[in-house]
Design a protein around this ligand. Structure first.
Ligand code: GDP
Ligand code: GDP
Length: 465
């Protein structure tokens, strides 16, 4: 076999922004040393990375020391320059919690002159902690930052989307097929996901909810446990399959990603509770839509809410399926009972698709998958700014923002900064006084009026100067 030349990706950034953690995340092994001490990664490290089907070699460079703020340390810089020479893409990492530092700006300035495409990575952006840093980073003039958390594995799909167009053309034929996240324009000029893009779907839930039975049913074979095809990452599993959409007769591609249910049973008999959450976390990294499977004979348990919460926090589109409907007692009161228990347990679950299924008989499964594709579409949508602001004006007219102390809070305009999940920024003045109940009003009407359904929608407020 002849050696294949992989595209070269280099990680650059000041110390302690999470370069080694990112490297480990992409390589899937603990090769680089991670430490709280700035400058721990003193040398370059090389690895082979694998991200949703993209393969590339990756270099983790030494951080640019900032012990002397007035000058870049020669040795580190020289090393980085050597590595950059010959790289196809640079991942420029900054710490979105800490915000931009002068050194970040200096590195950005230097990178812009190097002629290598740069992807800006806003690391440590788990939860909402990175919002300010993300907005700040637009000032670097390097385009949209990829909100990322190397530690929690968030943002892998976004990183994939940014990397794919840059490195895929460089890859030798017959590579592992990569998922396509092609955006297409809808009638209003907004963008959404192409119908043909495979749906990355994860099934999560407590042990015995029926995950394996469901997946076997989907694939209509019983042998699943013996031969899952390895994919996605080295330690997880993906299965590609096609589903015939009943309405259109069209074959639609689905990629079922990492679930405990498709792994050997023996592994999930120990430490049951802990494992199901850990598995959900991993599955969620790679999924667009996550189906949380409940067991109709057990009802809703705290563990289910924990998993649901995790899915929403990671910004994934969530759906809930109540399985074993064939043996459900008093189905209609059970259904309504679960619906209200979900909403009481977690306010964000209001409106989340809830579908009764039986993995055993197949009932409800076409409905479930139809809804999964619709949910992905909503989750991937970009609303054109004009339409968005028409909605915004109406929403403000219908319910004007309050005027604490007689001074009105001004909300000027809104823009969607990203999709997957849909993320919006509102510009205005005196925003720090805007009550959360008003933000909730905006988010709820935005979801309802613009067809986002129950997908998680993120809203940022930013003072316009
Ligand atoms: P490097 O010097 O740029 O290689 O940074 P490291 O990868 O060694 O990370 C520096 C510190 O940041 C370590 O304590 C990491 O655990 C932490 N870190 C890395 N990525 C993240 C992240 O996504 N979120 C948070 N909160 N911390 C992170
Ligand atoms: P997992 O641990 O989530 O993968 O759950 P399994 O798929 O192993 O299912 C646990 C048990 O529930 C097995 O005994 C299945 O036969 C049973 N089961 C799964 N789905 C259904 C269903 O739709 N109806 C009924 N009656 N039993 C089911």
């Amino acid at each position: 076999m002849s050696a294949r030349k992989l595209p070269q990706v280099i990680i650059i950034g000041r110390p302690n922004v999470g370069k080694s953690t990112l490297f480990n995340r992409l390589v899937g092994k603990k090769l680089a040393l991670v430490d709280d001490q700035p400058g721990v990664t003193r040398d370059r490290r090389f690895g082979e990375a694998y991200l949703l089907g993209l393969e590339f070699s990756i270099v983790d460079t030494a951080g640019w020391e900032d012990d002397d703020p007035d000058s870049l340390p020669g040795r580190m810089r020289a090393q980085t320059e050597v590595s950059l020479h010959g790289a196809d893409v640079a991942l420029f990492v900054f710490d979105s919690r800490a915000g931009l530092t002068p050194l970040d700006e200096e590195i950005a300035h230097w990178l812009r002159g190097q002629g290598v495409p740069v992807i800006l990575i806003a690391n440590k952006a788990e939860g909402k902690s990175g919002e300010t840093g993300i907005l700040e980073s637009y000032s670097l003039g390097m385009g949209d930052p990829v909100p990322f958390s190397a530690e929690h594995g968030e943002g892998l799909v976004d990183l994939f989307e940014s990397l794919q167009p840059l490195i895929e053309p460089l890859q030798v034929q017959d590579e592992a097929e990569a998922a396509h996240f092609d955006e297409v324009e809808d009638e209003d000029g907004g963008a959404t996901i192409a119908r043909s893009a495979p749906l990355h779907l994860a099934i999560v839930g407590r042990p015995n909810a029926g995950k394996s039975t469901l997946i076997n049913r989907f694939l209509q074979e019983d042998r699943l446990l013996t031969g899952p095809e390895a994919g996605i990452t080295r330690d997880s599993i993906a299965i590609d399959w096609q589903w015939e959409e009943p309405k259109t007769g069209e074959m639609r591609d689905i990629k079922l990603v990492d679930t405990a249910g498709i792994r050997k049973k023996a592994r999930i008999t120990d430490k049951l509770e802990r494992l199901s959450v850990a598995d959900a976390r991993r599955a969620v990294d790679y999924a667009e839509v996550v189906v949380l499977l409940l067991d109709a004979t057990r009802g809703l348990e705290t563990q289910d809410l924990k998993i649901a919460n995790l899915v929403l926090e990671e910004g994934r589109a969530l759906m809930i399926a109540i399985n074993k409907w064939d043996v459900a007692e008093g189905p209609s009161s059970l259904f309504n009972g679960i619906r209200s228990a979900l909403e009481e347990g977690l306010a964000q679950l209001r409106g989340v698709p809830l579908i009764a299924v039986s993995a055993m008989t197949g009932k409800g499964l076409d409905t479930l998958l139809t809804a999964a594709f619709d949910t992905r579409e909503a989750w991937s949508r970009r609303v054109p700014t004009s339409g968005l602001n028409r909605w915004f004006d109406d929403a403000l007219d219908a319910n004007p923002p309050p005027a604490p102390g007689g001074k009105r809070i001004k909300l000027r305009y809104i823009t969607q900064i990203k999709s997957r999940p849909p993320t919006f920024v509102i510009f205005g003045t005196r925003l720090e006084q805007l009550p959360t109940s008003y933000e909730r009003y905006l988010v709820n009407s935005l979801r309802r009026d613009l067809g986002f359904g129950a997908v998680p929608v993120r809203l940022h407020l930013r003072s316009a100067k």
